[in-house]
Write a protein that binds this ligand. Structure first.
Ligand SMILES: *[C@@H]1O[C@H](CO)[C@@H](O)[C@H](O)[C@H]1NC(C)=O
Ligand SMILES: *[C@@H]1O[C@H](CO)[C@@H](O)[C@H](O)[C@H]1NC(C)=O
Ligand SMILES: *[C@@H]1O[C@H](CO)[C@@H](O)[C@H](O)[C@H]1NC(C)=O
Length: 224
């Protein structure tokens, strides 16, 4: 995530275009290079039931250990063919420099973030991905990993749609107080009595992501 934060910081300073692509079922796109067999899922009857049969996979499947590697290498291959270099520091970052033009691709699971000062190259990259994957162009980067990203002339504003969460748990009218979180706290399940009204707490947890940005960690109230 440090890469994304740094990437956005540079994008602001250099006034880059930052676009986002969403890859539909990214993990289903890789072709399988090794023989992988599976049992037929219990809930579905195989077309022709022969006891003790396993099935050979022709395509990658969601949840398959090889799946994310397949997707990653397929993607890497397409990019390196186009002259992109994978960063030594973060392998999810690919970049290409031509004269003063800089284009880079950040890949997080099935989200792709494209950035740079050459819009033609960015559109070219989109075409490249369109041709091999089922892709949705999300346009300028607005939402990433549960973080809302708003760009204006003064910079990029990251927020964790906290207001939405507060509205969902009917906490919007509460008075805000500064509650610094004790980040060294050590919690155990035997530590104290179980929380008497866990539903509210569960709803809060469901709605708040474990933030990839450590400085946005939420301290959740327990005393409702
Ligand atoms: C990536 O996957 C797509 C769809 O399965 C396939 O058409 C394409 O040839 C693959 N590309 C590479 C470089 O493996
Ligand atoms: C650099 O980017 C600009 C803006 O898209 C483009 O007009 C120019 O041709 C690019 N230069 C090179 C060398 O690709
Ligand atoms: C940019 O957005 C931030 C956060 O929403 C806001 O505080 C600031 O006034 C905006 N600046 C401009 C120039 O619109």
């Amino acid at each position: 995530m440090t890469t994304l934060t740094l990437f956005l910081a540079i994008a602001v300073v250099r006034s880059w275009n930052v676009h986002q692509l969403d890859v539909k079922s990214a993990f289903l796109h890789g072709d399988i290079t090794k023989e992988v067999y599976m049992k037929f899922p219990k809930r579905y009857a195989p077309p022709l039931h022969i006891p003790n049969t396993v099935y050979g996979l022709k395509k990658s499947l969601y949840g398959l250990k090889q799946a994310s590697r397949q997707w990653f290498s397929n993607h890497t291959d397409s990019l390196t063919t186009q002259g992109y270099v994978s960063s030594q520091v973060d392998h999810s970052l690919f970049y290409k420099t031509v004269d003063t033009n800089y284009t880079c691709v950040l890949m997080y699971v099935d989200d792709l973030v494209l950035g740079g000062n050459d819009l033609t190259k960015i559109n070219h990259l989109k075409q490249l991905f369109y041709s091999s994957f089922s892709i949705k162009d999300m346009g300028p980067l607005k939402f990433f990993f549960g973080i809302e990203i708003a760009t204006n002339s003064s910079g990029i504003h990251l927020s964790q749609y906290t207001l939405e969460i507060l509205e969902k748990v009917e906490f919007l009218l509460s008075k805000p107080v500064t509650t610094p979180m004790d980040y060294k706290i050590h919690l155990t399940s035997q530590h104290s009595d179980p929380y008497p009204a866990p539903n509210f707490y569960k709803r809060l947890l469901e709605n708040s992501y474990t933030s990839p940005l450590p400085d946005q960690t939420l301290a959740l109230p327990l005393n409702k």
